[in-house]
Write a protein that binds this ligand. Structure first.
Ligand code: TXA
Ligand code: MG
Length: 348
């Protein structure tokens, strides 16, 4: 399939490209586009034939539902009822990196919701995304714009790398500044439950409703609790090489990584290390990839997926990552890292 690529530089040509891309959506095609979290791969959320193309392009399992992206808080057309807490969350965090799970109306086809009677709804903050949805005149179903299983793309080049030849249109320019996907909150249950940690922190959600809980299936990899969001059970975000996380106090973590890097290199392997800015001078061996300061987790989040893809470019045989704190945005960062590592965590 031929993919039209529109790389936006400032506002030059933007209007025309948005028009073209929205026409593709209206005609039932697929468009990859930027959002503030990660790039999305969109199609008309209300047409099953269009939505099927997303699953095909990504190689996505059929039982993994999609999020629909809207350009306003007026969502009564798509969902049955909007509980008070959902309204408050929308008011505080939309447009932004928050997806609400609500009861869906029949207008949303079963292909979009993977046969669930609920649907995830999000109003993204990205200007391009909002313009594209408005101009299309329909909600846009969009998972992250990666081939299933790979790290989500945070810029247009990574999007092209995965989807050129598989989708009708790729539009973008800006880097996704949040860098991890939206936080998903199930508002069909009381108390509401976080099904996926993301760009909005648990602490800030609890400022709206202190009873909001986090899905226990997310906190460890135990068989007793399975994650409630269908997508959270899949191996995801995985770089080509095996990734191991080293966890412990700063000194011990550094010592452990240094020792492991040394041994892997001696055994003839190429090693990538994902580290915090503060520790850059602590390592003399290995391919260093700095994620950001451990005092600035928003930077770490925005660099994370690109760092995992960089490891593929560098063709490393193994990757070692320093663990980050599991507070604030750190919950989302460690959730993605844990999944990318298949929960291979070493205590230093
Ligand atoms: O930030 C984001 O949310 C990005 C951008 C493109 O908006 N999108 C995204 O979509 O991350 P995706 O498809 O990669 O992840 C959607 C997640 C999956 O884990 C899926 O299982 C879950 O949302 N999900 C969708 N609908 C659901 C529902 N009705 N109930 C429970 N989980 C749901
Ligand atoms: Mg995804």
């Amino acid at each position: 399939m031929e993919t039209k690529i529109a790389v936006l530089k400032g506002e030059i040509g933007e209007e025309q490209f948005i028009k073209e891309a929205s026409k593709v959506i209206r005609n039932g095609g697929t468009v990859a586009f930027p959002t503030e979290t990660v790039y999305g791969l969109g199609a008309n959320a209300l047409k099953s034939d269009s939505v099927k193309k997303i699953f095909e392009a990504k190689g996505r399992p059929q039982d993994n539902p999609l999020i629909i992206h809207v350009a306003s808080k007026d969502i009564d057309e798509y969902v049955k009822n909007v509980p008070e807490v959902a309204k408050k969350l929308m008011d505080k965090f939309w447009p932004g990196p928050l997806t609400l799970i609500l009861e869906k109306k029949d207008i949303v086809p079963n292909e979009t919701s993977a046969n669930l009677n609920t649907i995830g709804v999000r109003m993204p903050k990205s200007d391009i995304a909002l313009k594209l949805i408005k101009e299309s005149g329909v909600p846009i179903a969009a998972p992250s714009a990666n081939i299933s299983g790979r790290p989500s793309p945070t810029d247009i080049e990574r999007c092209i790398e995965d989807l050129k030849g598989r989708v009708n249109y790729i539009i973008g320019g800006d880097k996704s500044n949040v860098g991890v996907e939206s936080t998903i909150v199930d508002c069909t249950v009381t108390p509401p439950i976080v099904l996926r940690p993301g760009g909005v922190t648990l602490e800030s959600l609890r400022e709206v409703d202190s009873s909001i809980e986090i899905d226990k299936g997310l906190l460890n990899n135990s068989d007793d609790f399975k994650p409630k969001a269908p997508g959270m059970k899949y191996r995801h975000y995985a770089p080509n090489a095996k990734l191991k996380i080293i966890k412990g106090n700063r000194k011990k973590t550094i010592e452990k990584i240094r020792e492991m890097v040394h041994n892997y290199i001696k055994a003839g392997m190429k090693v990538g290390i994902l580290i915090s800015e503060e520790n850059i001078d602590m390592y003399s061996e290995g391919e260093k990839i700095v994620l950001g300061s451990y005092n600035d987790l928003s930077k770490v989040a925005s660099n994370l997926f690109e760092a995992l893809r960089k490891c593929n470019d560098l063709n490393v045989d193994i990757i070692l990552a320093e663990a980050f704190t599991e507070e604030g945005l750190g919950i989302a960062i460690m959730n993605r890292l844990n999944k990318a590592a298949g929960y291979d965590i070493i205590e230093a």
